[in-house]
Ligand binder design. Structure first.
Ligand SMILES: [Zn+2]
Length: 147
């Protein structure tokens, strides 16, 4: 197994009705050789494996070699604007999945995609104005700090 330093949380930035098939199609259209995520949680709370953890996925530019990428389906409103629209079922499944992953990779840091943005003022945290994207549209680090 490769060394895992990060467990990155994403939203798919797609309609919340989407399943794995629709996501796979978009990755193929973008020319990705690998899917963007290892795990995807659909609105019904079901966890889908898109590829084994040992393989590198295409979620966070520059960090994929050491990262497991996890996404909930959703994250945009009807106009395409970023929004935290996780269903209760997705919240429950995400917490359970992250807890399992963290047990297996205890040294990996759980953070949102946007937390990989450069800390331009070097104060040790990625401030909201430093984010190069909003994904996954909620604050991952405090939400799972207890895991
Ligand atoms: Zn992302």
């Amino acid at each position: 197994m490769r060394t895992i330093s990060y467990i990155a949380v994403h939203c798919t930035a797609s309609p919340q009705s989407w399943g794995v098939k629709e996501l796979q199609k978009v990755f193929e259209q973008r020319g990705f050789l690998r899917p963007g995520y290892h795990y995807v949680i659909t609105a019904d709370g079901e966890v889908h494996l898109m590829q084994p953890e040992g393989l590198i996925s295409n979620g966070v530019k520059g960090f994929n070699k050491e990262t497991i990428n996890v996404a909930y389906v959703g994250g945009i409103d009807a106009k395409g604007k970023g929004i935290d629209n996780r269903t209760d079922a997705q919240k429950v499944s995400m917490r359970k999945l992250l807890s399992e992953l963290h047990t297996r990779y205890p040294h990996a840091k759980i953070q949102g995609h946007r937390d990989f943005s450069p800390d331009t003022n070097h104060n040790g945290v990625v401030d909201p104005w430093e984010r190069i994207k909003e994904c996954p549209c909620f604050d991952v680090i405090p939400e799972y700090a207890d895991l």
